[in-house]
Design a protein around this ligand. Structure first.
Ligand code: ADP
Ligand code: MG
Length: 575
């Protein structure tokens, strides 16, 4: 957690003021009982009304001063804590933006979200507490003890008895409470997980009639959390009255023994009252410290999770000296490429060699899991190769700036992602300064204009939450238009026509032909019909190239290809 507090640097000034104000507050608080004892012992006993008014006035001023100091201190410490929260969120977000897909594979998106929101909030809350309690409580405790001894040494013996008892009780509560708090956090995480699965998987759950089962699972997690929370609260419920009991017993003892002292003429009434107040201040400050002990471990856990993100080593970074490749346009070459996903034994790609040139269509075909998407992901450098190299325009992608590399590429990913916003905005995502004519043209080529114009608001049709309100084929076409509007050197269509009917598929390919005739085009698909005319067909199986060539050549030389073609033809014949 301390590591995170280096980000508080810009609030140092605030914090110094907070510390000073808290000091002031403590001193004023400690001064009040002395004034009161003066009023009682000198003013009331001597029936000196003037004195009472005078000291009473000072007391009012002191109280007002304390209140003002407290308000300003709270304001400034909250400001620093919230500021820290914002800085942390920015840092995490920036860091995560730089993650390569490998880091996402490691972390998972759900936990990244909780780390950015919930964990930062925990840190924020505990920071406010730290800034107020961490100085206030020990200072009050020590100051209180000094003042109490100053007031009456004999009565202070009571504190010698009470303080160890109360410290013991606090220690006991903490040792029982902290594990409970930890387990509460774990149960909450579990509940979150189940809830998330249920919300995202609701269609599957309904379709397979698993609602009751899921309800049970949720119930279990929920009652688990409830039980732990109840135990925590029971503990808290015991703690409060116990503390109160000890406080009141202490007061009674002080009054009892103080009474004897007064009887013997060794103490004055005002002193006794002041002494009681000091004792209360000491005990209260101890209780406040207990709160810190409860909240700090929780925040510590959050801090660890945040640091995990901030310390993550990003695998894909820009080279120190980037090479720009401008004069050539869209040449792609794979040289002896091997690639492995985290922790998988079998390489996802082995010994991949081929060249793709502008004006050519390179098709990649193969069964599911054969490594087609993996291959495509290496071109924009979403992952780095294990060995070998991927060259774009003659330069290894690891030697280019990522931004320059990706500016050359129009990617239509297999898993289509649209953003909340209008259709126009989504297409514009490919090119920020695109004018409407460009957008319209891209939509025309992508065969999207027909369905867009049938929508109530046309291009202003609002796409909700990732595109839930349009069909899969419509999403694919918008995603294609988004890549087209960019006019990149290299197109990658990863299974981008799979949700289209054969007629639209054919029409789209015909219109694409003239549109992207000067670019290097990769088409990944399972449909032979889509790629029969490609300049080069790469047949993949289990991450290896089984054959490269035109349709006719492959029919003669590549068994895997023949099998794929045969299976699809027979399917169509059956229909
Ligand atoms: P295709 O696109 O041809 O269907 P992929 O390239 O998506 O196949 O996957 C190739 C292989 O790599 C599969 O065995 C798959 O399980 C594995 N794979 C894909 N993505 C990941 C990932 N993010 N982490 C680990 N393994 C993966
Ligand atoms: Mg794929």
């Amino acid at each position: 957690m301390i590591k995170l507090y280096k980000f508080l640097k810009q609030y140092v000034f605030h914090i110094v003021i907070v510390v000073l104000l808290v000091f002031l507050q403590v001193i004023l608080n400690l001064y009040l009982p002395t004034l009161m004892s003066d009023i009682v012992d000198k003013g009331i006993v001597n029936q000196d009304i003037g004195y009472i008014y005078k000291v009473g006035g000072i007391m009012l001023l002191v109280t007002a001063g304390g209140v003002i100091a407290a308000v300003i201190a709270t304001f400034l410490s909250s400001k620093s804590a919230v500021g820290l929260g914002k800085i942390l969120r920015d840092k995490i977000f920036t860091k995560v933006e730089g993650f390569s897909l490998r880091e996402f594979d490691k972390m998972g998106t759900a936990t990244l979200i909780t780390r950015t929101t919930n964990d930062v909030t925990q840190i924020q809350q505990v920071t406010v507490m730290l800034l107020s309690i961490m100085i206030f409580a020990p200072l009050t405790c020590i100051g209180g003890i000094v003042m109490a001894i100053n007031e009456d040494k004999t009565l202070s013996l009571i504190l010698v008895v009470v303080l160890p008892i109360i410290t013991g009780i606090i220690a006991l509560l903490l040792s029982k409470g902290l594990p409970l708090f930890k387990s509460m956090q774990i149960k909450l995480d579990k509940l979150n997980l189940i809830l998330r699965e249920n919300l995202t998987g609701i269609r599957v759950i309904r379709a397979f009639n698993r609602i009751d089962k899921e309800k049970g699972r949720f119930d279990d997690a929920s009652s688990d959390l409830m039980n732990v929370t109840i135990r925590v609260n029971k503990l808290m419920a015991v703690m409060m009255p116990t503390m109160m009991f000890i406080m009141n017993i202490t007061s009674v003892a002080i009054i009892w023994f103080g009474g004897i002292q007064i009887d013997n003429g060794k103490m004055q009434v005002g002193s006794l009252m002041a002494f009681i107040q000091y004792a209360m201040q000491i005990l209260f400050s101890l209780m406040m410290l207990t709160l810190l002990f409860i909240f700090i471990p929780r925040a510590q856990a959050s801090a660890t999770r945040i640091n995990e993100v901030l310390d993550m080593e990003i695998e894909i970074v820009d080279p120190v000296k980037a090479i720009t490749a401008d004069n050539k346009k869209g040449y792609v070459e794979f040289k002896n490429v091997y690639f492995n996903y985290n922790g998988s034994e079998q390489p996802a790609l082995s010994d991949i060699n081929f060249k793709a040139n502008p004006g050519e269509i390179t098709a990649i075909i193969g069964g599911t899991g054969s490594g087609k998407s993996t291959l495509a992901n290496l071109i924009p450098r979403f992952y780095d190769v294990e060995s070998g190299s991927v060259l774009v325009d003659g330069v290894d992608v690891r030697e280019m700036k990522q931004e320059d590399l990706r500016a050359k590429i129009g990617l239509v990913p297999q898993k289509i992602i649209l953003f909340s916003g209008t259709i126009e905005e989504n297409i514009k995502y490919g090119k920020e300064d695109a004018v409407f004519d460009e957008i319209k043209h891209a939509a025309d080529v992508a065969q999207a204009t027909d369905f867009i114009s049938e929508m109530e608001n046309g291009f202003d049709h609002y796409i909700a939450g990732g595109g839930t309100n349009i069909s899969g084929g419509q999403k694919q076409r918008i995603s294609i238009a988004r890549a087209l509007v960019r006019k990149p050197e290299i197109y990658i269509f990863d299974d981008s026509f799979s949700a289209l009917d054969f007629k639209t598929d054919a029409k789209l390919r015909a219109s694409l032909k003239s549109e992207i005739s000067n670019s290097t085009v990769f088409i990944i698909t399972q449909r032979v019909a889509t790629i029969m005319n490609a300049d080069r067909i790469i047949v993949l199986d289990e991450g290896r190239i089984m054959g490269i060539g035109k349709h006719k050549e492959l029919m003669e030389t590549c068994k895997v290809y023949r099998e794929i073609v045969a299976s699809q033809l027979s399917e169509e014949e059956l229909v």
